[in-house]
Design a protein around this ligand. Structure first.
Ligand SMILES: Nc1ncnc2c1ncn2[C@@H]1O[C@H](COP(=O)(O)OP(=O)(O)OP(=O)(O)O)[C@@H](O)[C@H]1O
Ligand SMILES: [Mg+2]
Ligand SMILES: [Zn+2]
Length: 559
């Protein structure tokens, strides 16, 4: 196809948009690919939508490749479907009602609707199935940001697998994991697949696909030796060993006036911060629980909640006084009657802990000898930690979650009564998986990873056009004719060609071409034409090459 830039709605900008924090936000707006309507709501302009749809097509091909069947479910759903699963209470859910006051929701994902349909899978002969669609999701995100990375309305490809048992689910899950790897590879993304938290979906196993980028909201933790990768939310790191002071036969009380932080305590006692412990009193299931992490660590509340299988909140001043008989800053596990959750790092060795007496600490406190505790990993990993598998150094990088796949099990099929009859006519719940991916977020992540100070550098697989022909005519009819002819030839050879036939200066055309980032650029100007040639370069090259007009197609074909 041949597209004439003079006709195209491609409003490029010289200046960065205000408040654009992420590179993708800046460049996608400047290149004329997207425009904001209001915070979190974006329109794709024609060239931007071409990119989106190329990503969609890659995703579709890989889904069809594992036997997925494309369908289409409505955006709106009756609220009662979401009441059945209890997800009606999710704060991100947009709610509305029709003219008769019947409540609806704007689906933020489609488990409810698809499971409603899955009730028609009645026999083991109907299984397995993979159903998917591309559909708009609405999410009332608290903080829409970074252009397309976190928006309130976006197209998602969501797929759902239906199997007769866990074994079948495992096969469906593995098939999706492999398909996702191919999707991201084909889109030219650098990414890592990691075990992740299941969050609001419920269910057992999940894999997150993280694309490293400064604009991300996730943190990817990887081992330098490549044997460990995890999202920081569930990552485990091994902290350095502390330098302990001399071992004591029993805890010794020391007066620590006005000292309420571990840093001040370590300084006052002249010991390693890592040899102190930090007391974090919380309330879980109505009882005060003491969480203990090392003085140089931070408590991970989500890990603590998982260890306790309960929601937790920080304890209030009066609750603390009642449970410990002391003020925050002097709290510790010795003599405390409630549950102590001890971070793994504190399992062995002697630490300084609060004495449960305001203004005093205990030196030489030892787990097992001086107090009992439930031991769990409840710390946030940090720089300097080593790998839980091999002891190698861990690296921390911000990253964008571009895809997420979950094993749901029967979380949705049980409330919806989606059951099938097995060979013995025994009724069993269908076992489900769900697999989400956001083409818009992928698009933004590609830009995050592939740009330079002049603009975007699209990989050929998702570029809006294959070749950008720049006609530097300056009023020359001959240049215009040759540029048109070259563009026609390229188009006839199967390339998607954008020809810059605008009445604009060369500098402007070059700048816009760099900004838009089409992989190959062919420049037709007076100078080169004099020797029957045109100038060609890839977006990744620093300089033009001059080639004979007739050999442009061959030049493009060679890498
Ligand atoms: N607000 C959003 N804007 C753009 N894309 C999104 C958004 N939320 C989710 N996606 C895309 O949909 C995919 C699947 O959605 P899922 O519900 O698993 O995301 P999520 O866990 O809510 O993501 P996040 O943790 O970033 O909010 C994500 O991997 C991402 O590609
Ligand atoms: Mg979310
Ligand atoms: Zn390792």
């Amino acid at each position: 196809m041949l597209h004439r830039q003079s006709q195209l709605f491609l409003p490029t900008l010289r200046e960065d948009p205000a408040e654009a924090d992420a590179a993708s936000h800046r460049l996608l707006v400047r290149a004329g690919l997207i425009r904001q309507v209001v915070a979190g709501l974006w329109s794709y302009l024609p060239a931007g939508w071409r990119i989106h749809e190329r990503i969609v097509q890659i995703v579709r091909e890989e889904m069809d490749g594992i036997g997925g069947q494309e369908m289409f479910m409505p955006v709106l759903a009756p609220a009662e479907l979401w009441e059945k699963t209890g997800r009606i209470r999710i704060p991100e859910l947009f709610r509305l009602s029709d003219r008769n006051e019947r409540p609806f929701v704007i689906s933020m994902t489609h488990e409810e609707t698809v499971t409603f349909h899955a009730r028609e899978l009645r026999s083991y002969r109907d299984l397995p199935k993979i159903l998917y669609h591309f559909q708009t999701k609405g999410r009332d995100e608290p903080r829409p940001r970074s252009g397309l990375i976190r928006v309130r309305e976006f197209v998602m490809k969501d797929a759902y697998s239906f199997d007769r048992d866990e074994e079948g689910l495992d096969r469906s899950f593995q098939a999706h994991a492999a398909a996702y790897t191919r999707m991201f590879e084909r889109c030219g993304l650098e990414f890592t697949a990691v075990q992740a938290e299941s969050g609001m979906m419920g269910g057992t196993e999940s894999i997150d696909y993280l694309a490293p980028s400064g604009a991300g909201e996730n943190t990817l933790v990887t081992c330098e030796r490549g044997d460990y990768a995890a999202d920081l939310e569930i990552a485990r790191g091994v902290p350095r060993a502390p330098t302990f002071p001399d071992t004591l036969g029993a805890p010794v009380e020391v007066e620590t006036p006005d000292i309420t932080t571990c840093e001040a305590l370590a300084g006052f006692l002249g010991i390693d911060l890592a040899a102190t412990s930090k007391a974090m009193p919380v309330v879980a299931d109505g009882a005060v629980v003491l969480a203990l992490v090392r003085g140089d660590d931070r408590l991970d509340e989500a890990k603590l909640a998982a260890a306790l299988r309960a929601d937790v909140r920080p304890a209030q001043a009066d609750e603390i006084r009642e449970a410990f008989g002391a003020e925050p800053g002097s709290l510790g596990p010795v003599g405390f009657r409630g549950t102590v959750v001890l971070d793994e790092a504190l399992r062995d060795g002697q630490y300084v802990a609060g004495a449960n007496r305001t203004g005093f600490h205990l030196r030489g406190v030892e787990h097992g000898r001086d107090f009992d505790a439930q031991i769990a990993d409840i710390r946030v990993p940090q720089e300097g930690d080593t790998c839980p598998h091999c002891g190698g150094a861990l690296t921390f990088r911000t990253a964008i979650e571009v895809g997420h796949i979950f094993k749901l099990g029967t979380t949705y099929t049980v409330p919806f009564d989606a059951t099938y009859l097995d060979e013995q006519s025994v009724e069993r719940p269908v076992v489900m998986g769900c697999y989400g991916i956001g083409p818009g977020r992928i698009l933004a992540a590609v830009v995050e990873q592939r740009h330079d100070d002049r603009g975007i550098v699209w990989p050929a697989s998702v570029a809006p056009y294959d070749v950008h022909v720049l006609a530097l005519s300056g009023g020359s009819a001959e240049v215009e004719e040759v540029a048109s002819a070259v563009a026609e030839e390229l188009s006839a050879a199967g390339h998607d060609v954008l020809v810059d036939d605008r009445d604009a200066r060369p500098g402007e055309k070059f700048a816009d071409a760099d900004l838009l980032g089409v992989p190959v650029r062919v420049t037709v100007g007076k100078k080169s034409l004099d020797d029957g040639a045109v100038d060609v370069r890839r977006r990744t090259d620093d300089a033009d090459a001059r080639v004979d007009r007739a050999s442009v197609i061959d030049w493009i074909a060679t890498d």
